[in-house]
Design a protein around this ligand. Structure first.
Ligand SMILES: [Fe+2]
Length: 246
């Protein structure tokens, strides 16, 4: 798909890639080998303990920047493309209905103060990993015009609000997951539903294994300003209606 879309930069969220829980180093290597430029994480960042030593020596895997000071890894990375252009990729996590971390708004503003979009970097991409669309929109409007793209993750359901905001930042509340949509956010239906019916722990959840839909967002940016020109959804395979950039 990277070749098909002629994508210059590919960023994926990998926090549930290893059987629904976390990201193992071998899978991170597989993603990077397959053409991902950077991998973001979220609340499941440390589900695979092996990632802790790995992230210290693989800067292309980034965890939320608003984890406590001293947390292994970094909250952002500057990716240099083969032609020399550079992109800042950052990961931040929301706090509404999530773990009470440091402020993602202030943390992002502090990071952005060190970069100039369209000058020191040609693109800035943020994965805002959060539950609430209100917090995602508040974050997006706060940083509209200072980043190329702000895309939400974590709900596993793609939203239909992909757009270029008035200041020129592309935005989508949630990119959706890459997985089986005949499921409860990627996990087996029966076990997931039983937890809501019985309110008791059941067997360990396992990912649904039907045909997957690849979901994402395709954005065209202007290298001179770093701002977005177009934002179009990508949905391929599985149960969801197909969408590909024109
Ligand atoms: Fe998550």
């Amino acid at each position: 798909m990277r070749a098909e879309l002629a994508a210059d930069l590919v960023v994926i969220n990998g926090e549930n890639a290893s059987h629904g829980f976390g990201l193992s180093p071998d899978m991170a290597e597989a993603f990077l080998g397959a053409g991902a430029d950077a991998i973001t994480l979220g609340n499941h960042a440390w589900d695979r303990k092996e990632l802790i030593p790995y992230i210290a020596q693989q800067p292309r895997v980034v965890r939320p920047l608003n984890f406590p000071p001293g947390t292994p890894g970094a909250g952002s990375v500057v990716v240099t493309l083969a032609d020399g252009r550079q992109a800042l990729v950052l990961n931040a996590m929301g706090r509404l209905f999530m773990d009470p971390l440091d402020c993602p708004f202030r943390g992002t503003a502090e990071l952005l103060s060190r970069y100039k979009l369209g000058a020191s970097v040609q693109a800035i991409v943020a994965d805002f990993h959060a539950e609430a669309t209100s917090e995602k929109l508040a974050y997006a409007h706060s940083f509209d015009g200072t980043m190329s793209l702000i895309v939400g993750t974590h709900t596993h359901v793609p939203t239909a609000d992909h757009q270029v905001l008035p200041g020129g930042t592309a935005y989508q509340s949630d990119a959706g997951m890459c997985g089986d949509y005949d499921s409860v956010i990627g996990m087996g239906k029966e076990g997931s539903a039983a937890r809501f019916w019985r309110k008791m722990p059941g067997e360990r959840m396992a990912p649904a294994d039907g045909p997957a839909t690849l979901c994402g967002l395709f954005v065209v940016t202007d290298d001179t300003t770093g701002l977005a020109l177009r934002a179009e959804p990508v949905r391929v395979g599985g149960r969801l209606s197909a969408a590909l950039p024109v």
